[in-house]
Design a protein around this ligand. Structure first.
Ligand SMILES: Nc1ncnc2c1ncn2[C@@H]1O[C@H](COP(=O)(O)OP(=O)(O)O)[C@@H](O)[C@H]1O
Ligand SMILES: [Mg+2]
Length: 382
């Protein structure tokens, strides 16, 4: 079956579409798959602004949120149709993550009840109607209803891709947020752990917007020209999030605009490139710290694989390689395993959709904290 995976992450940079051939496979280890093509469709500038404004907004118009839901359904459809033309393939099913506008994985009191909540927008019914195939969307709530944090969901793919009988692997995605999956040598699915390490590109992007009116630090050029403000870095790393035991999830709620504004104040009058260098070091150091504190004590790991847009930032990657060298981990790229760094999450949602379509669960309870396996998502038929 050919399945399109559609991902739009917290960076709100745009839409990633992966066309994937999936089959059930003979082993109990889950489906087998082959990537047929991947393409990226940036959001128009004003759409990106609207999405960023809606995320974790203190105030938002209900009408605008409803409009955004249907608008994104149309844009996702345009992206899938364009990918179909580009790769000359017809898909039979779509898995669409949608755009997270709010995520609170930890239960908290609300009107007398303790609840965890999440909201992904982008109307599946519109996408199904435009492309003419069924759509699985809204993957996270089923895991949360089963007591999980609704994230991360990519460990399902990490397990399929990176499980090895001899090598223990840590798989790091650097999107808006950084998250890792640890797949021990010869692991069973219950032995996979995963959590969000902290900021990925989110703080870097926010500061680039504030200081340079650019969406991101292309090729890490600005950060490369700055010096890391060690005292600011050390102070920032003392924040509660970094000290909390996994499982834990983060988003714009933790590392969005307010965090970036606080971070900028801490940097005082430092030159702008130093601010960017320090934000970049924050991502690298928080990842290495998380590995040292929460992963390495649980087993032996030899390899560290990086995916996500952050893998395209050489300054960040050099800092990370430096940190990991001291931990005895070999840095490898997602490309070496046949998956472009920016395609991985989209591929994951194609596989999750395939599981749901076949009435199979796809959360990894040891990663999300759910009490049981859950079939994820809601289906929009044509
Ligand atoms: N060439 C590049 N140089 C530096 N950073 C890049 C480059 N390409 C992508 N990025 C970073 O990756 C981010 C997008 O990563 P992505 O994996 O799509 O995140 P998300 O899943 O949150 O959308 C961009 O916002 C940018 O910060
Ligand atoms: Mg993206």
């Amino acid at each position: 079956m050919i399945v399109a995976g559609v991902m739009s992450g917290t960076s709100a940079d745009g839409i990633n579409v992966a066309l994937v051939r999936v089959s059930s496979g003979r082993t109990k280890n889950g489906p087998t798959f082959q990537l047929l093509g991947h393409a990226e469709y940036p959001y128009p500038r004003d759409v990106r602004r609207a999405v960023l404004a809606a995320m974790n907004a203190g105030q938002a118009s209900v009408a605008d949120l409803a409009r955004l839901n249907f608008l994104l359904g149309e844009l996702y459809a345009d992206a899938v149709l364009a990918a179909q033309r580009k790769f000359r393939r017809q898909v039979e099913l779509i898995g669409c993550h949608g755009q997270t506008i709010y995520h609170q994985g930890e239960a908290a009191r609300f009107l007398g009840r303790k609840i965890a909540v999440t909201w992904q927008t982008g109307e599946g019914a519109v996408l199904a109607a435009r492309v003419g195939v069924p759509v699985v969307s809204d993957f996270r709530p089923a895991d949360m209803a089963a007591g999980g944090k609704g994230a991360p969901l990519v460990p399902f793919l990490d397990y399929l891709l990176y499980r090895d009988t001899r090598v223990g692997r840590i798989v790091q995605n650097i999107g808006g947020i950084g998250n890792l999956s640890a797949v021990p040598r010869a692991a069973s699915p219950e032995q996979v752990t995963a959590f969000d390490t902290g900021p990925g590109n989110m703080v870097i992007d926010a500061l680039m917007d504030r200081l340079f009116h650019k969406p991101f630090d292309r090729d890490g050029k600005i950060a490369a020209g700055g010096m890391v403000l060690e005292s600011v870095l050390a102070e920032t790393l003392r924040a509660a999030y970094f000290r909390a035991q996994p499982p834990k999830t983060a988003g714009r709620e933790e590392f969005g605009r307010e965090f970036a504004a606080w971070f900028l104040r801490r940097c005082g009058r430092a030159p702008k490139p130093d601010v960017l260098a320090t934000a970049t070091a924050l991502t690298a150091r928080s990842i290495a710290d998380a590995v040292r504190r929460y992963v390495l004590p649980r087993g032996k790991f030899q390899e560290f694989i990086v995916a996500g847009g952050g893998a395209k930032n050489p300054t960040l990657m050099a800092m990370l390689a430096n940190e990991l060298g001291t931990l005895g981990l070999k840095l490898r790229s997602s490309e070496e395993f046949g998956l472009p760094a920016e395609a991985k999450e989209a591929v994951a949602f194609a596989l999750l959709a395939y599981q749901t379509w076949n009435h199979r669960p796809s959360n990894v309870p040891s990663a999300t904290g759910a009490r049981r396996p859950a079939m994820l998502g809601k289906i929009s038929y044509v």
